[in-house]
Design a protein around this ligand. Structure first.
Ligand code: CAA
Length: 276
């Protein structure tokens, strides 16, 4: 598996920088793997994590079709680094605020900008040219749950525990997680989960459609690899077109969706039979 430098320009981020932030990034053919790698803090996330994720997305090689997001150690991610709530904050966050206290002193526009930048780290995982898979073991709390929700598909180990904890800490989930949560479980259940901040185990997550697959802990990597291989077995361009179609379906009427199917199929047929 080749180690990757992220982005092919002045903003490229090196493996050493990623290690400092607590991330690992590897590209092996058509599969990219991002590993949250601060197990001693249960893969707690910071502004630096989100900025690095955005840069990985910006520099993703065009050949990549599947992106796996996983966590090292007992838990996928314990969410935001709780040092953000202290006055000292998390060192090494520049140009982002080191703590929520420092964030709160920014004007509204600057604060919104920093949240938008954080959201960029999550949004690209839904791009039509890739399929993203979260491999979740142990806890996925707050930002950790939202990172799993940012992925197209979720494979859970039997010990997985999901919790949207933000409201218990006086915050809202703001890392792109509320839309997929409502889309998947519906408004009443999303309300119940967010407003009680209770923990959902893997069995319930499967019932709520928050997991495509639940497997024993020791089979998680294998299950994700098998899923990635199955996703790569279909035609690359058709896969992109199908993802575009399916992603747009909830917003369209039946008539509009039929029109979208026609447009995509015309393009496919032209491409498949060009020059024959
Ligand atoms: N931030 C910073 N450090 C963390 C952390 C976090 N979120 N989660 C765990 N750690 C640290 C612990 O302090 C501990 O450090 P020491 O060894 O130095 O004591 C180490 O990681 C191991 O933690 P535990 O011993 O608690 O490990 P565990 O496996 O028994 O439990 C856990 C794991 C259930 C995740 C537990 O650590 C925990 O509840 N962590 C806090 C979770 C949390 O409240 N996260 C905030 C979510 S809200 C959010 O994310 C907000 C947002 O998006 C805006």
């Amino acid at each position: 598996m080749a180690e990757a430098t992220v982005g092919g320009n002045a903003e490229a981020i090196t493996a050493a920088e990623l290690a400092e932030i607590g991330l690992r990034y590897e590209v092996d053919g058509e599969i990219a793997t991002i590993t949250l790698n601060r197990p001693e803090r249960r893969n707690a996330q910071t502004f630096a994590t989100w900025s690095a994720l955005a840069r990985i997305g910006d520099g993703l090689p065009a050949r990549v079709r599947v992106v796996v997001v996983q966590g090292e150690g007992p838990s996928f991610s314990s969410g935001i680094d709780l040092r953000m709530f202290g006055s000292d904050g998390v060192p090494g966050q520049e140009p982002f605020p080191a703590s929520f206290g420092a964030s709160a002193s920014l004007d509204d526009e600057a604060l919104e900008r920093s949240i938008r930048q954080a959201q960029r780290g999550f949004l690209w995982l839904r791009r039509p040219d890739i399929v993203s898979i979260a491999a979740v073991q142990g806890h996925a709390i707050g930002a950790g749950f939202q990172l799993a929700l940012a992925c197209d598909l979720r494979v859970l180990a039997e010990d997985a525990k999901l919790c949207m904890k933000e409201a218990a800490l006086g915050l809202v989930p703001d890392l792109t997680g509320t839309k997929p949560l409502v889309d998947i479980v519906g408004l009443p259940r999303a309300l119940e989960l967010c407003l009680t901040a209770r923990t959902v185990d893997a069995r319930e997550a499967f019932e709520l459609r928050l997991a495509e697959l639940v497997v024993p802990r020791e089979e998680l990597s294998r299950a994700v690899r098998d899923l990635a291989a199955a996703l790569l077995s279909t035609d690359r361009e058709a896969a992109r077109a199908v993802k575009r179609l399916l992603q747009g379906a909830p917003e369209r009427s039946l008539e509009e969706q039929c029109a979208a199917e026609r447009r995509e199929q015309v393009a496919r047929l032209k491409a498949l039979f060009a020059g024959r």
